[in-house]
Design a protein around this ligand. Sequence first.
Ligand code: PMP
Ligand code: GLN
Length: 384
Amino acid sequence: MNQLINSKLPDVGTSIFTVMSALATEFGAVNLGQGFPDFPMDHALTDLVAKAMNDDFNQYSPMAGNVLLRERIAEKVAFLYQTKIDPNTQITITPGGTVAIYSALTTVLKPGDEVIVFEPAYDCYIPTIELNGAIPVLISLAYPDYSIPWDLVKEKITARTRMIMINTPHNPTGAVLSEQDIAALRSIVTGTNILILSDEVYEHLIFDGIAHQSMLRYPDLLERSFVCFSFGKTYHCTGWKLGYCISSPELMKEFRKVYQFNAFCCDTPKQVGIAEFIQDKNAYLSLSGFIQKKRNYFRELMKATPFKCIPSHGSYFECYSYADFSDETDMELAVRLTKDYGITAVPVSAFYKNGEDNKVLRFCFAKKETTLEKAVEKLSTLSR
Ligand code: PMP
Ligand code: GLN
């Protein structure tokens, strides 16, 4: 029989988050793998969404998103980053950060284009580049601080470089970019036609008093950027899959041409509810402190285990090295911890195309204190 399909992603399996969550369920393990909170979101927001549904906001939204929500996002951007964004031409609401990223890459990439990607990289980046016939040019972040080796980036730039992808705060490592990083990025892209995709879904989850280096702060960089966000992360509702992309009017016009044919628009009542809720500045300004406390608590608890902390400065995650106590691959250890110790983490090698294994596991600390205590109690019985 003729082969019915020739895979467009022959090297890709099932996402590591799905794999590890399934394993956690199978073995009844505490799931510190996939990144999602196990505490409730704010019911003031669910009430607003329920009200929007009951008030009959249940039909298609405008393609670019609810108008009031876009206006209020523009107000938020002006408040946080002192940059004026036109809600009509620069913001599109999407079904999650993933679709924002997919649409942005599909908008600009043509076969043979090169995209600089830093590894470990969030799982959707490389497959999306490849689906567009473009070529990921992979650069490993410096281990163990996971900083960007800018000299190497310069060496990898060619006439075909179309885009550089950045992610701050970073998943899986919790690394954050500094003003020096932005200066290095600027020096590379200025005067070229290289675009930037900036994944900022953890915008508000940044710790230790560090200021988030959003592309939205820098009009000269925003001009060439697609900046992607997720309400799932900001409002503890990852299952809502609602986010947005901000760009220049010129780039956003092209983005919408693509987006209108892969989603067209997204969930109306949630947009109506968030348009109201987003006015509460405290709901997002309090987030760093709230999640930082969880990181600190988890880090303190982890001292009772043989794991070595690789400090996180943002995101839902902290990475830990086990090189001192085991020769297993990170996948082997992740599976063993799930089966024998009832605790699930994510092997960081899954975020490298070639499976580079530095013997590091990623733990999600966006959990109730009791969940973190239960997990670490089990880990502390591991022998050194
Ligand atoms: N980028 C990063 C770095 C993420 O961690 C996630 C989700 N965890 C996304 C993008 C996708 O966001 P969403 O769930 O809103 O699609
Ligand atoms: N972003 C989440 C994580 O890193 C998971 C998202 C997903 O399951 N696709 O764990």
